[in-house]
Design a protein around this ligand. Sequence first.
Ligand SMILES: Nc1ncnc2c1ncn2[C@@H]1O[C@H](COP(=O)(O)OP(=O)(O)O)[C@@H](O)[C@H]1O
Ligand SMILES: [Mg+2]
Length: 401
Amino acid sequence: MSILAHSNVPQNFDSALPLGKALVLYVDRVMLNNFRSYESMELNVGASSVVLTGANGAGKTNLLEALSFLSPGRGLRQARLSDVNKLGAKSPWAVAGRVMTPEGMRQLGSGLVPRHELSSETSPDRRIGRLDGENLSSPAAFDEILQVAWLTPQMDRLFVEGASGRRRFLDRLVAAYHPTHTREVNAYEKVMRERGRLLSEGNADPVWVATLEGRMAEHGVAVAAARLDAIQKLGQAIMESQSAFPRATLSLGGELEEDLLIRPAVDVEGDFCERLIQTRQSDARSGRTSIGPHKTDLLVRHVDKNMPAELCSTGEQKALLIGITLASARLSATQFGAPPLLLLDEIVAHLDEKRRGFLFEELYDIGSQVWLTGTDKSLFEQMGKRAKFFHFEDGKVEEDK
Ligand SMILES: Nc1ncnc2c1ncn2[C@@H]1O[C@H](COP(=O)(O)OP(=O)(O)O)[C@@H](O)[C@H]1O
Ligand SMILES: [Mg+2]
């Protein structure tokens, strides 16, 4: 039986004893099957933050990646979904989480859809979502149950690399205050691909193309409007927050978003639709859609240094990202009704003792269940009883008592 099929697992009330501040949302238990280095594993956590320590290659990031699949998208490594399969495994990977939420215990599951169940050989990899034992058409609905945010060493290059990484980061932030945002983004991209396909085939029915462009404009403006609203709220939250991490200003580099600042949404939508019609020929030639919210960039500045993030030092950029993530978590706690699950992979090793202390204080104050990783357990001493400590060795995970 697949681990995704478990839905009525008895609750373990002992594990809900709060360690420190009572958490309102936490992963009580996580189970993995054929997930990267894990053939099968189960971790019972309870109402507590978690510190995972172990040598390089022990499987810490793999576990955080598994948790990141309790939100829509391709997870914290942005991996190809089939690469997540344990090498040599016969059945596809699956993750299941028993999650305590303000509405009670929920069972979330996700896993790769096997090739032979896809509609055609050339279909892209897909993963399903399961909620309380029912199949979902996509994991997008997980955003309505819990929020998951993460920081990883790969994100150190977020401000200096291309816009797509920042746009993904932005859209995860937005989803914390607009739970239907991911669905809106997916819908926009789906229609955009459909239009692109029709245009590239030539001889497309203009009426059908226009219908698709109308839908693109509708979804596109909804995406842009949600981003604008989220950025404004988050910007305000950053300015009001007391944090040991530097403050950032956020803005959006995107035509639709800029247009929405000065004109009503209906006008922006009509205009976008018109421009899609005008760019049909050039889009058909280039095989790309030249305008739209799929090109938007997130622009970040370091307030105290009055400098764009990409010109700040690597350390300052990391600190800025932590600051944004903490402010967003704080805001989503009030807007969404529960703070997000926070997956912080190898974050503390770069902070001095004082900053680490501040980070742990802020995390505690936000009330998130935090999953922290590192090679050196001593760096987490200040977490004290606020976390359960697990140690990875020889492919096994053991709790340090
Ligand atoms: N698809 C896969 N199948 C089997 N092993 C994998 C797969 N992907 C990654 N691994 C292995 O998982 C191990 C643990 O990785 P990781 O979780 O990143 O370690 P760390 O504890 O340093 O974060 C690595 O040795 C890597 O080779
Ligand atoms: Mg790692």
